[in-house]
Design a binder for this molecule. Structure first.
Ligand SMILES: Nc1ncnc2c1ncn2[C@@H]1O[C@H](COP(=O)(O)OP(=O)(O)O)[C@@H](O)[C@H]1O
Ligand SMILES: [Mg+2]
Length: 253
């Protein structure tokens, strides 16, 4: 049991607003779990509560049985809860390879392992090369990250999470702003990450085609509350889900 994320009775209030209420779900290693729901349903709040940006108002999040939900974001990240970086290029005048090296050093800089020195650097080189190949940017390693097309910059953001060797990965709308061929590429990449690294992926995404094609299970929330959980097929045909979210005007093909 390594990299199991367990969410129990999770709630988060903003003043009088219950942005999340009594959410319980488990993400197993190697599983791709989608989280869907209408705008304002609490998806990003769930993401931020897991990663430590927000403290829960109720309930717990644990990783392999250890409660992480009152830790700081950097502590949670160091324990292996990775998240993809939303924004495109963060550093000016930095190549693709250097961007990944910096992302990796974020986690190691203050860790007890940092004193390992040259050993750490060798490990970093290996890891960055492997990730460059995995995300398909090895041919662009020496290009300035800012010069990449938007879709490649988003893929680089996924790579930045991967070099930190996460035990599970949270992805908030990885397909947002991508065209349809880029979406296919990102879909294949996410599946490839799961297959190669065997880690669980929690995927918050609006694109139904992507969610339904990629996820093993889908958690549906609305107004911060649980609506349904099941396989894409179970969720697609669930009448509560159709009422709460999917309706007639959503393309599910
Ligand atoms: N930092 C915050 N302060 C106050 N209200 C917030 C904050 N973040 C989110 N909310 C509210 O919580 C609810 C859920 O928002 P969010 O998690 O962003 O939904 P989703 O990502 O599903 O669209 C919304 O009503 C939103 O306005
Ligand atoms: Mg959101």
């Amino acid at each position: 049991m390594t990299g199991t994320l367990e969410i129990r009775g999770l709630g988060r209030n903003f003043g009088g607003l219950k942005a999340l209420e009594d959410i319980s779900v488990t993400l197993a290693p190697g599983e791709i779990l989608g989280v869907i729901g209408p705008n304002g349903a609490g998806k990003t709040t769930l993401f931020n509560t897991i990663s430590g940006v927000f403290r829960p108002s109720a309930g717990t999040v644990s990783l392999d049985g250890r409660i992480i939900s009152r830790m700081r974001p950097d502590q949670i990240a160091r324990l292996g809860v990775g998240r993809t970086f939303q924004s495109t290029t963060v550093f000016p005048e930095t190549t693709v390879r250097e961007t990944l090296e910096r992302a990796r050093s974020f986690l190691t800089a203050h860790s007890p392992m940092a004193w390992l020195g040259s050993f750490g650097q060798r490990a970093a080189g290996h890891s960055v090369d492997r990730v460059l190949k995995r995300i398909g940017l090895d041919g662009m390693a020496d290009s300035e990250a800012i010069s990449l097309a938007y879709g490649f910059q988003k893929i680089l953001g996924i790579g930045m999470a991967l070099v930190q060797r996460p035990r599970l990965l949270l992805m908030d709308e990885p397909a947002a702003g991508l065209n349809s061929s880029e979406k296919i590429e990102v879909t294949n990449l996410i599946r490839g990450i799961r297959d190669e690294y065997g880690i669980g992926i929690l995927l918050v995404e609006h694109d139904m085609k992507m969610v339904m094609g990629l996820c093993d299970r889908v958690q549906v929330i609305s107004y911060g509350r649980h609506v349904a959980i099941g396989t894409p097929e179970e969720v697609r045909t669930n009448s509560d889900v159709i009422d709460a979210y999917l309706g007639k005007d959503h393309e599910l093909a």
